[in-house]
Design a protein around this ligand. Structure first.
Ligand SMILES: Nc1ncnc2c1ncn2[C@@H]1O[C@H](COP(=O)(O)OP(=O)(O)OP(=O)(O)O)[C@@H](O)[C@H]1O
Ligand SMILES: [Mg+2]
Length: 339
């Protein structure tokens, strides 16, 4: 990836929160590059720090009391984290858009959808009233809303979860963002609409050159649509690669576990999909050494003591002391003593 192609360069991004007088690491030394026009997926289980990372990229978590953000995020060679706050806000308003995980939190309960769609359009361009109506209808149709007039008359609380999520997506697209950060944009939707929306996002970025950072807990979705995937665990990126690379040769046991949990039609019929035992640790009480070691079938004594750095193994970044071994032999969760 050349410097010109990198639209977002994230370097040792860190988010800490002060809780009960203790500094708690929520995002730890996240480094990754997102290329212009690509669909980049951030994947990980609930609580791994995906939303907080996205909010930090948007400059939104910084505003919260007791939160500290450090490291660097460069957007087209402009520093966002340590640079001018006003400039960051103006870039965010015009060139970035975010689809929030909870659509209700970003729809204003006191305004009809019509007003909110217009507001979103006006962030980027000035149109006549007729052009506005046409563009709004086009956007809502695009996200699969059939009765546009009815939807526009409604207040957010009158919409179903799926409808409000679609309105959110239409609103995010309204300002024709250069970078779209979509945090679990399809979780409240049924599978048919989910496939439509993912197809739509994919098409739009090919047509407009928009860059998409898609956040999902579903490795299956990432595998279908992503150009690049960063796997997150306990606030860190633990492995990166293209979906093809990750499928062909996962190098982190956590990636192995996520891949194994994707249902496959061509595989053997199992009563239960193999799952990774246990859950993501609370950032307040991270295990010593590698945060994944208590759940890892490949963990050794070193993993309990030392946290592995994210470093290239076979040409791809991975944070595991045993990456070479996992790449060659895998990591078998079905035989895990923790299962
Ligand atoms: N504003 C905040 N202040 C302090 N801690 C927070 C804040 N927001 C989230 N956290 C904590 O940070 C960790 C990561 O949360 P985050 O919401 O980023 O996870 P996630 O990967 O998006 O999970 P999910 O898939 O459930 O959305 C959690 O332990 C959460 O409790
Ligand atoms: Mg989240």
């Amino acid at each position: 990836m050349t410097a010109a192609e990198k639209i977002l360069q994230i370097d040792t991004l860190r988010v800490d929160s002060d809780r009960d007088g203790q500094s708690v690491p929520i995002v730890r030394d996240m480094s990754m590059n997102v290329a212009q026009g690509e669909l980049f997926c951030l994947v990980g289980e609930s609580g791994s720090g995906k939303s907080v990372s996205a909010l930090a990229l948007m400059g939104l978590v910084q505003r919260q009391k007791g939160i500290r953000v450090s490291g660097s995020v460069r957007y087209k060679d402009e520093e966002l984290i340590t640079g001018d706050i006003g400039r960051f806000a103006s870039i965010r308003g015009r060139e970035f858009a975010m689809i929030f995980q909870d659509p209700m939190s970003s729809l204003d309960p006191v305004f009809r959808i019509d007003e909110q769609m217009k507001e979103a359009l006006r962030r980027r361009e000035k149109l006549s009233a007729a052009q506005e109506r046409e563009r709004i209808a086009e956007l809502l149709t695009l996200v699969g809303i059939s009765d546009v007039d009815r939807c526009l008359r409604q207040y957010p609380h009158q919409l179903s979860g799926g409808m409000s999520q679609r309105v959110m997506i239409a609103m995010a697209l309204a300002c024709r963002p250069d970078v779209l950060i979509a945090d679990e944009p399809t979780t409240a939707l049924d599978v048919t609409i989910q496939a439509q929306i993912l197809g739509l996002l994919n098409r739009l970025r090919h047509e407009t050159g928009m860059t998409i950072v898609l956040i999902t807990h579903d490795m299956g979705i990432a595998a279908q649509v992503a150009d690049h995937v960063a796997v997150m665990y306990a606030g860190r990126v633990v492995e990166q690669g293209t979906p093809e690379e990750l499928f062909a040769q996962p190098q982190h046991p956590y990636t192995v576990g996520l891949l194994a949990s994707i249902p496959r039609l061509d595989g053997p019929k199992l009563d239960l999909l193999p799952a990774i035992p246990g859950g993501v640790p609370d950032p307040k009480s991270l295990p010593s050494g590698c945060a994944f070691h208590p759940r890892c079938p490949a963990a050794t004594e070193r993993c309990q003591r030392e946290d592995p750095p994210l470093a290239p193994v076979n040409g791809r970044p991975v944070a595991c002391w045993h990456a070479e071994h996992v790449a060659q032999h895998g990591a078998d969760f079905s035989e895990s003593e923790h299962a």
